[in-house]
Design a protein around this ligand. Sequence first.
Ligand code: MD6
Ligand code: FE
Length: 218
Amino acid sequence: MPDLFDAIRSDHSEIIAETIADGAVILHGFALDVAAELLAAVDAIAAQAPFRHMLVPSGHSMSVAITNCGSAGWVSDRKGYRYDRIDPDSGRPWPSLPACFLDLALRAADAAGYGGFVPDACLINCYVPGARVSLHQDKNERDFSAPIVSVSLGLPATFLFGGLRRTDRAARFRLSHGDVAVWGAASRMAFHGIAPLKPGAHVLAGERRINLTFRKAI
Ligand code: MD6
Ligand code: FE
C-alpha cells in the first residue's frame, strides 16, 4: 500500500489515505458526505436498541456506551465478550444494518485494499468527554481474514494504534468527524484504543463522539 494514494468520494473530491501500519489506513474524510445520514440512522437504531454501559468481566462498566445493528451484536458481561444475535436488554434481534452503513463500509474497505468485505455486525460506540477504550485486540470475530472498518463521527479523538503485543508502543493518530480507519491482514490483531475524549461540541453530533465499527463477526 503506498503511503498516500487517492481514493474518491461520491462527489469526486479526493480522499487522503494515511497508512498507519502494515495493512492499516485512515481514509480522512471518507464518510463526510454521508455523515448526517449515518447519524440519523444511529438515532433510529438507538430508539430500538438504546445505548447502554456494558459490564466487563472485572465487574466495571465501560465508559463508552454501546449498541449494535446487524445479524449479530457485540456484548459484554461478567462472563466475558461475545457476539449474540439477540439484544440481551430487549430479548429481540438487533436492528438490521441500514443500507447507508453497508454501502459505506464496503466502499471504505475497497478503497483500503480489502475488496469483497461484507460485514454482518456493526458495533456503535458513544463517547462523552472523558470516555475511553484501553488498548485491546478485536478477537471475538470468527473470521480474522476480514478487516475492521471503523467510522468516526462527531467530536475528534486520539486513536492509539500499537502492535501485536500489548507491550508494543502505540502511536497516536487523530480521528476526526468523517474519518474511516480500516485495519486487516498484518494489522488485524493489532492492539488499539481511544484516549480519553476531550470536551467539546460538534455541530451535528453535539457533545459526543459516535464510532461505527463494522466486522465480519459470525
Ligand atoms: C473507536 N473502538 O472508537 C475504536 N473496540 O474508534 C474500538 O476499538 C472498540 O470502542 C471494541 C469495543 C469497543 C470499542
Ligand atoms: Fe476495538
